[in-house]
Design a protein around this ligand. Structure first.
Ligand code: HEC
Length: 104
């Protein structure tokens, strides 16, 4: 079989281009959406506890306004003010953290 030089060059060129092109980024900063029905129920419960207990002294804050870390901090201060039980506080946290601001 006679090797066609032009053809070989074309193939090498294609291989080099493919090998050197930047990789497509597949990483994403947003976490996968929650699908577990038990956790979803907890988030829904937390939302209603949040909406009926956290607006007595100020308007409700949009969960997306703060990161999970910030919500942990605020909730530790605000849960005693709102006089919610630890269980209610956990449910509120489930709701807030699920809708919190993503870092970067
Ligand atoms: C008894 C009144 C009261 C209740 C109930 C209350 N808060 Fe507050 N909250 C305050 C006051 C007063 C401030 C502002 C001064 C401070 O930071 O302590 C505040 C501030 C905040 C802030 C800070 C906002 C910022 O930009 O700095 C967040 C977030 C917050 N509350 C969330 C909550 C959540 C969540 C709940 C329900 C668990 C709640 N609060 C219930 C009185 C309350």
């Amino acid at each position: 079989m006679k090797i066609n030089l032009k053809y070989s060059f074309a193939i090498i060129l294609v291989v080099v281009i493919v090998a050197c092109s930047p990789k497509v980024k597949t990483t994403t900063t947003a976490p996968a959406p929650v699908t577990d029905p038990i956790i979803l129920a907890r988030i829904t419960e937390g939302k209603s506890i949040y909406e009926s207990n956290c607006n007595k002294c100020h308007a409700l804050f949009n969960p997306g306004k703060f990161t999970e870390t910030e919500w942990t901090k605020y909730l530790n201060v605000m849960a005693p003010k709102a006089k919610v039980s630890n269980e209610q506080k956990d449910a509120i946290y489930a709701y807030l953290s699920n809708n919190a601001k993503h870092k970067n």
